[in-house]
Design a protein around this ligand. Structure first.
Ligand SMILES: NC(=O)c1ccc[n+]([C@@H]2O[C@H](COP(=O)([O-])OP(=O)(O)OC[C@H]3O[C@@H](n4cnc5c(N)ncnc54)[C@H](OP(=O)(O)O)[C@@H]3O)[C@@H](O)[C@H]2O)c1
Length: 350
């Protein structure tokens, strides 16, 4: 097959359109993967609506894929044609974007799908686990809390007795953050969400779920009452200005907040607390400087997911393949997605 369907952003702030593009050939160390499922991410609607990040069009977005290896590039070891795999897209290179039917993946940051999960569940993992994995546990990068990773030998249970706060536990990113910090031993794990998601978040490892709509003063008071020690780290998977500022207020004088959007913490707060750190994370295992930690994570992902130590997000499958993505992105933009990952099957595109 030489060509395929892809979801294109044809111009800055343009309307999504299904187009035909070439299927790329895998280079050294790469796999060509038939994408059976790709997941939606808020970054994609933000790029379209705000007109950010790209100046040259058309653009293909998409950061999550799961599917079947159909061709190996030179020198690839450990994979075979027919393997079921999942990987994070890297839309800096459109051949590696995932809103298309075939994409290239670097083999060293690709994992085999364990038998206990579906291809759709596997597609929920890559971007949303990378963000807390790199934001919290990347010892090779300044934009990280540089904690010892729970996927490395000796990492599980390392932070027993340390409290942590995760804002937005029901976000896809937040669900993986909760699971990673649970493996690392943190406790209590205090999170915010709609209270209807309490059972799910408790099952993933949150010890306390607080209402996402609590006013900041009440939220901070409840967190202080629940924590067994001062809060050194907050992972803010919501990262609206109000959550970032609340996170900054909770921290010890040398504490760190990990932010997943742009830094919106008041300058005056920062001036008064110069030793607190606000870390903005770009959660992609292929981003410059992230490769080593990304490879380490991917070497262990199949085992972590296969053993049930890391559970995928719940899936809501959308109709019409790639053509269903604009509808899903609109729902994300309107905050009409709760504790579920929207997924499409690109080969169902009409
Ligand atoms: N920096 C990076 O590289 C990177 C990578 C991936 C994502 N992100 C960003 O991370 C954020 C989360 O992404 P996602 O894909 O995980 O989102 P998502 O799953 O689509 O987010 C939906 C969830 O947001 C929760 N939520 C919304 N407002 C909230 C609030 N004020 N307090 C607590 N929870 C709230 C809702 O929780 P309830 O249902 O419980 O109400 C809902 O379940 C987005 O801003 C995204 O752009 C950044």
């Amino acid at each position: 097959m030489e060509t395929q369907k892809a979801l294109l952003l044809p111009s800055k702030q343009g309307e999504w359109v299904i187009g035909t593009v070439a299927v790329a050939k895998p280079g050294p160390g790469q796999l060509l993967v038939k994408i059976e499922a790709t997941a939606l991410n808020p970054a994609d609607w933000k790029i379209q609506v705000y007109g950010v990040l790209f100046e040259t069009f058309p653009v293909i977005l998409g950061s999550d894929a799961a599917g079947i290896v159909i061709e190996l590039g030179e020198g690839v070891q450990g994979f075979a044609v027919g393997d079921r795999v999942f990987f994070q897209g890297y839309f800096v290179d459109s051949a590696r974007s995932t809103y298309q039917q075939y994409a290239l993946s670097n083999a060293d940051v690709t994992a085999k799908i364990p038998k206990n999960i579906s291809v759709e569940q596997a597609a929920t993992i890559p971007a949303c686990i990378a963000t807390p994995a790199l934001g919290l546990f990347d010892r090779c990068h300044e934009d990280s809390a540089k904690l010892f990773p729970p996927w490395e030998d000796g990492g599980q249970g390392k932070y027993i007795g340390k409290p942590i706060v995760i804002f937005g536990g029901a976000t896809s990113v937040g669900q993986y953050a909760i699971q990673l910090v649970r493996l690392a031993g943190f406790g209590p794990i205090i999170t915010t969400a709609s209270l209807k998601n309490t059972t799910l978040l408790n099952e993933l490892g949150a010890t306390h779920v607080l209402d996402r709509d609590l006013p900041p003063e009440a939220l901070l008071a409840q967190i202080a009452a629940l924590a067994n020690a001062p809060i050194e780290i907050v992972f803010d998977a919501v990262s609206l200005p109000q959550t970032q500022n609340a996170a900054f207020d909770i921290l010890t004088p040398e504490g760190q907040v990990i932010i997943v959007t742009q830094d919106a913490i008041d300058q005056e707060k920062k001036r008064l607390a110069p030793r607190k750190r606000a870390v903005v994370v770009l959660g992609n295992v292929s981003a410059p400087g992230r490769e080593q930690t990304g490879r380490g994570l991917y070497a262990k992902l199949t085992e972590l997911v296969g053993s049930g130590a890391i559970k995928p997000n719940r899936v809501e499958l959308l109709a019409n393949g790639l053509a269903g993505i604009p509808y899903g992105l609109k729902r994300m933009q309107e905050d009409r997605v709760s504790a579920v990952k929207l997924v499409v099957r690109p080969h169902e595109t009409p």
